[in-house]
Design a protein around this ligand. Structure first.
Ligand SMILES: *Cc1c(COP(=O)(O)O)cnc(C)c1O
Length: 368
């Protein structure tokens, strides 16, 4: 019986030959492949500018820097996300302010944003969690021009909201090309924006703050990617709809198989959004008698990996400078951390695998 993992990059002959072509060219650091990828990525998202980085976290950090966020400023975000969403807020010396999520989509609850904004709030980072866009019309209505919207689009490449691509919905957006993401280059990141001054700042910030030969206009980092990785990313970008399509088909089979299983709630897809299933995430309602731990064990005993994204709200981490006893302020996040369970949905999982996994879950539920 083959083991089924939670992620496995789909690397084909084209990716391999692209890497060999770059190695043979001798240009292996940031160069023409990065520039070509940026142009193709901007066109795909439907924005004027894309800038490539060596991680999604570097991209988010750069986005915040480009908005001149610093000490004394507040940045609103969701506590139900990867730590890489919020660490850049602290890297800029600003204060994270967490707003609870909405139960259906697991995304930040737009209705709670308005009252969380004060005169120190400079930005909000909504996360398009699991590959489903937030409700940007509702978010913009609540923000009402009082803060910049920075999309954390790391899980949402290829997804859309009202026929506009994820990554074109805020003032600036950040993507990740980490190995487990829907398209990948091992490590990597991208920001997208229509704002030329943000793109210019981003290019300086990723290169030591350099504005000309031995001219440094501000602090910067070495956040560059490489032509080797950009060559992989260019091939993956050409395949994005194919790869996302296989995720969506797998999700569809899970939905059909699991829709009526007691104790299991399949994911909700909001009207207006095109979900790209970075994760396929169930809720396990333990009042049915079926426990999440039990389900995880049964699947593991059958060679199937699962994931809990995420087991804790970000307010629980001491370095976030929030106190853990704040948990009662985030009831929807707290319940989600106890109920969510993500199943393998990536393109290398076959429909036969999906049916087998669903069968194990149905059997577990029937024995409660
Ligand atoms: C992956 C991810 C990041 C960080 O990306 P890295 O490339 O790993 O630095 C940030 N936010 C979210 C929501 C992510 O899924």
């Amino acid at each position: 019986m083959d083991k089924i993992t939670m992620a496995s990059p789909d690397i084909g002959a084209e990716e391999k030959s692209a890497v060999m072509r770059v190695l043979d060219s001798g240009s292996v650091a940031q160069g023409p492949e990065v520039a070509a990828f940026e142009e193709e990525f901007a066109e795909f998202i439907g924005v004027k500018h894309a800038v490539m980085f060596n991680s999604g976290t570097a991209a988010i950090h750069t986005a915040l820097s480009s908005l001149e966020i610093g000490p004394g400023d507040k940045v609103i975000t969701t506590p139900f996300t990867f730590i890489g969403t919020a660490n850049p807020i602290l890297m800029q010396g600003a204060e994270p302010v967490f707003v609870d999520i909405e139960a259906q989509s697991f995304n930040i609850d737009a209705n709670l944003i308005g009252r969380a904004i004060d005169s120190d709030t400079k930005a909000i980072i909504p996360v398009d969690l699991y590959g489903q866009s937030c409700d940007y019309d509702a978010i913009n209505e609540q923000v009402d021009g009082r803060a910049s919207v920075v999309e954390d689009a790391c899980q949402g490449i290829g997804g859309s909201y009202k026929n506009r691509k994820i990554g074109s919905l805020g003032r600036v957006a950040a993507f990740s090309l980490y190995a487990t993401k829907n398209i990948m280059s091992g490590e990597g990141g991208v920001i997208t924006t229509d704002d030329e001054s943000i793109a210019d700042h981003a290019k300086r910030f990723r290169q030591h703050g350099m504005s000309g030969p031995y001219e440094y206009s501000s602090i910067g980092y070495n956040y560059r990617s490489t032509d080797i990785l950009a060559a992989i990313a260019r091939v993956q970008l050409r395949r994005v709809d194919e790869l996302n399509g296989r995720r969506a088909e797998n999700a569809e089979v899970y939905n059909e198989e699991l829709v009526d299983v007691p104790g299991i709630k399949t994911p909700t897809v909001n009207a207006d959004t095109d979900h790209v299933y970075h994760q396929y995430t169930l809720r396990v309602d333990e009042s049915s008698g079926l426990t999440r731990d039990n389900l995880i064990d049964k699947l593991r005993n059958n060679g199937v990996s699962t994931g809990i994204y995420y087991p804790k709200g970000l307010y629980s981490y001491e370095h976030m400078k929030r106190s853990a006893d704040e948990a009662h302020n985030f009831p929807v996040t707290e319940l989600a951390t106890k109920q969510v369970l993500s199943l393998p949905v990536h393109p290398k999982v076959s429909k036969t695998d999906v049916r087998r996994i669903a069968g194990i879950i149905k059997e577990a539920a029937a024995h409660e």
